[in-house]
Design a protein around this ligand. Structure first.
Ligand SMILES: *Cc1c(COP(=O)(O)O)cnc(C)c1O
Length: 520
């Protein structure tokens, strides 16, 4: 069925909908049209006076026709954007168990602090002398990050985890070049379970990536690392806790072997939420590690932003940290101000980092305190283990014979012969009102389902989530494939052809058919 806009209507799609509606709306679930479909060029919600007489200065290149932008009354424009905002699913609307991404509650207090005029209204091009408070906040936050990680230095400017990886790996590259080994140390070791950004980062700056296999227990064997090490290896990039949700128990032996071979240890710190206040990465022999402030220290994230990825650095790498950086509370912006003994590899970003994220992270740290941050980590790990233990009899957990850290990993061997796939299962979760877990990652287990509940969820909320997944799992085992094969049934849009959407994206909007009268 087509709705008034000539598009497939949500109401008509659902097999369970008895009475398709004229509007395509389902009760108060509004079928939102594009602005270009409903706007009128001649309408505006703003009173703007006609321009007076003027002499064009565009040399005849000025527009001859109206630009054709859709116009609306103020209520229409407001409704459109408010309704769009309501279509968003986030941690504020429900449990968001996306593994490896730490989707946790972001306290409103942090938002309030980030909007204080002294932080929210400053301009990146303002003279540094006019923002001593912001500089002090960055300096204090840097101090806390160094304290929590047990590392001597931190580069604050990277704008995401992946950007932090780039920063840390460029510092490693600079340190190796300074030793005169830039031509020979060209290999970076990356475990097979790593996040895709790790090999991508190494490759982007010219390293060759060599994979390291995982042991049957899901962790990296120092013997495998030793075998791969040699005079051509620049670094290892290791995630800890790793993307199977496991603490790399031999991380110290790995670090020692890496250092003995003259290489550096880059740690992917995206999973720091599991160990804040419990483990200091500096004590494990880490040379560089990014911290996703937007995962571990609040800031709503998703859809590619916003983020901040400060990188803590060891004494060996600190001299190569990029501009701008803080030295004794002073912002060092360029070569002419660089203290003796520093050799920054350059500049990663134009400005001094993400002020809003810094402010939120600071507010998060101060409001939790050291004990509160430790408890958040403990609760995150407890929640994940509660989920693992509560589902393990129905869903196969490949490393389930040991406790996990902050996320519980399941594979699809339990779905064998049911006709239900990991993708089907995830889509059926949408019908139940849950954002799916991370699917098919990490790649080291088949049909992975990675669940990270974080510390945000109450026991009641976890219990309902577990009961829902148990109900779904039993339905799959009973062979109720229909509940899965067409899911989601209740969402505004049904199952998308995601492969086709990626391979043949429709990037151009074409005007819809004229609106037909109901009588026709
Ligand atoms: C999220 C994540 C990254 C990348 O961080 P972004 O901030 O999204 O760029 C890298 N590694 C792991 C393990 C992650 O979970």
């Amino acid at each position: 069925m087509l709705n008034r806009q000539g598009r497939p209507s949500a109401a008509g799609e659902g097999a369970d909908v008895l009475h398709p509606t004229f509007t395509g709306n389902r009760a108060l679930l509004i079928e939102e049209a594009l602005l270009f479909e409903t706007g009128r060029v001649e309408v505006t919600g703003v009173d703007i006076e006609e321009a007076g007489a003027f002499t064009p200065r565009l040399g005849g290149l000025e527009r001859k026709e109206p630009i054709g932008l859709p116009g609306f009354s103020e209520p229409e424009a407001m409704r459109h954007f408010v309704r769009l905002s309501q279509k968003n699913f986030g941690i504020d609307t429900g449990l968001f168990p996306l593994g490896s991404c730490t989707m946790k509650h972001n306290p409103r207090l942090n938002e309030k602090m980030a909007r204080l005029p002294g932080f929210g209204d400053i301009h990146p091009l303002q003279p540094v002398s006019t923002v001593p408070g912001a500089i002090e906040l960055i300096d204090r936050l840097a101090h806390y990050l160094k304290t929590l990680t047990g590392m001597p230095a931190v580069a604050m400017s990277p704008k995401a985890g992946a950007h932090g990886e780039l920063c840390g790996m460029m510092a490693i590259k600079a340190a190796i070049a300074a030793r005169g080994e830039g031509e020979t140390r060209t290999v970076v070791l990356v475990p097979e379970s790593a996040h895709g950004t790790n090999p991508a980062t190494a490759a982007l700056i010219g390293f060759t990536v060599e994979p390291i296999p995982a042991r049957p227990d899901g962790t990296v064997d120092p013997a495998d690392v030793r075998k791969a090490l040699g005079p051509s290896v620049a670094a290892i990039m290791l995630t800890n806790p790793n993307t199977c949700g496991l603490f790399e128990k031999d991380v110290k032996a790995i670090a020692e072997a890496v250092h003995e071979a003259g290489a550096y240890f880059y740690c992917d710190g995206a999973n720091f939420n599991a160990i804040v206040g419990k483990v200091r990465p500096g004590d494990l022999g880490v040379d560089a590690m990014h911290i996703n402030l937007h995962k571990t220290f609040s800031t709503p994230h998703g859809g590619g932003g916003p983020g901040a990825g400060p990188v803590v650095l060891s004494d060996k790498l600190a001299p190569y940290a990029p501009f701008p950086f803080l030295a004794e509370g002073r912002l060092v912006e360029n070569e002419s101000q660089a203290p003796q003994g520093t050799e920054p590899f350059g500049r990663l970003v134009a400005f001094h980092g993400q002020m809003g994220m810094f402010t939120r992270a600071m507010a998060y740290m101060l409001s939790h305190g050291a004990d509160g941050m430790r408890q958040a980590s403990e609760d995150a790990v407890l929640s994940a283990n509660y989920i693992r233990a509560s589902l393990q009899d129905l869903m196969s957990a490949p490393f389930g014979d040991q406790p996990c850290m902050h996320e519980a990993l399941f594979d699809d061997s339990w779905l064998k012969d049911t006709g239900v796939t990991t993708l089907d299962f995830a889509k059926a979760m949408i019908d139940e009102g849950y954002h799916p877990m991370t699917m098919y990652f990490p790649l080291v287990v088949h049909g992975a389902m990675l669940i990270e509940p974080t510390e945000s969820e109450s026991k009641a909320s976890l219990d309902l989530f577990i009961a829902t997944l148990r109900d779904l799992a039993m339905a799959a085992r009973r062979g109720e494939t229909e509940r899965f094969s067409g899911a989601p049934y209740h969402a505004p849009r049904r199952r998308m052809d995601e492969t086709r959407a990626a391979r043949q994206p429709i990037l151009r909007w074409t005007p819809p058919e004229p609106i037909k009268d109901a009588a026709e």
